[in-house]
Write a protein that binds this ligand. Structure first.
Ligand code: ADP
Ligand code: MG
Length: 255
């Protein structure tokens, strides 16, 4: 059986993609699944957030998409959990993207790379903050999109464009791509604005918004500097509990 592939995507930066990718992946591993994170953002935040020193890396996701290195040779284990693995990224991935733009089958490099995922139950792709070639590669490789939306005034901006891209990809290159769900992130429950935005998101994505809302929680922001998912850093924090609950919903929608 090959893995269920979930791309965590939103072309806006700072909405909680990496935080969601890392923490959902960790919770899936805690739930007994074998999970591979593909860091597909040249910023490599998922890589460093899981305690991997980017300076020391000899092999990264760039080798997989540019040089067609088998993923087995690029996968690293992650210290916090034996069932969690990552294909790391460094800023070099941005160069690879430029090269890739001229290459054959440039849209389906990641899909080809992920053809053999029998070793895993889930592959979680952390996408860059753009609708770039890398993001499109992620969407073509994925079964599902997990869309984090920050509970702030500009939350919905740009989402139309993302959904259009998704429709285009469904038509041409990946007909089975589905929106798994929308995760509202960085919610500040004390503000009226946060609640209004939450309501608006629900109206915009009927039936798709996860019941679990991720609160703004300082533990979530601290954990990456310790190289840990929040569940391994402070398991009883609000952030850790929220991601555990969100992961339960992910499992029930994409079990
Ligand atoms: P993206 O990957 O979409 O750019 P990140 O996941 O890196 O977004 O989040 C942006 C910043 O906000 C990071 O510094 C992260 O630690 C912090 N952050 C993310 N989610 C939360 C949250 N729920 N509460 C507090 N800080 C958060
Ligand atoms: Mg990120």
């Amino acid at each position: 059986m090959s893995a269920t592939v979930i791309a965590v995507t939103n072309q806006k930066g700072g909405v909680g993609k990496t935080t969601t990718a890392v923490n959902v992946a960790y919770c899936l591993a805690k739930a007994g699944k074998r999970v591979l994170i593909v860091d597909f953002d040249p910023q490599g935040n998922a890589t460093s957030g899981l305690g991997i020193d980017k300076q020391s890396l000899k092999i990264t996701v760039m080798d997989v998409v540019q040089n067609e290195l088998p993923i087995k040779e690029a996968v690293q284990s992650v210290e916090c959990h034996k069932n969690l693995f990552i294909i790391p990224a460094t800023p070099q991935l941005a160069n690879a993207e430029v090269e890739l733009a001229k290459a054959e089958r440039r849209f389906s490099r990641l899909k080809m790379a992920l053809a053999d995922t029998d070793d895993y139950d889930y592959v979680i792709i952390d996408s860059p903050p753009s609708l770039s070639l890398l993001t499109v590669n992620g969407l073509i490789a994925a079964h599902y999109i997990l869309l984090p939306v920050q509970a702030e005034f500009y939350a919905m901006e740009g989402l139309g464009q993302l959904l259009e891209t998704m429709q285009l990809i469904r038509k041409k290159l990946n007909p089975t791509l589905e929106l798994l769900g929308v995760a509202v992130t960085m919610m500040d429950n004390r503000t009226t604005l946060g609640n209004q935005v939450h309501d608006e998101i629900i109206k915009h994505f009927p039936g798709k918004v996860f019941k679990t809302v991720i609160p703004r929680n300082v533990r979530l922001a601290e954990a990456p500097s310790h190289g840990l998912p929040v569940g391994a850093y402070d398991r009883w924090s609000k952030g850790a509990r929220a991601y555990k609950a969100l992961t339960k919903e992910v499992l029930s929608r994409a079990g």
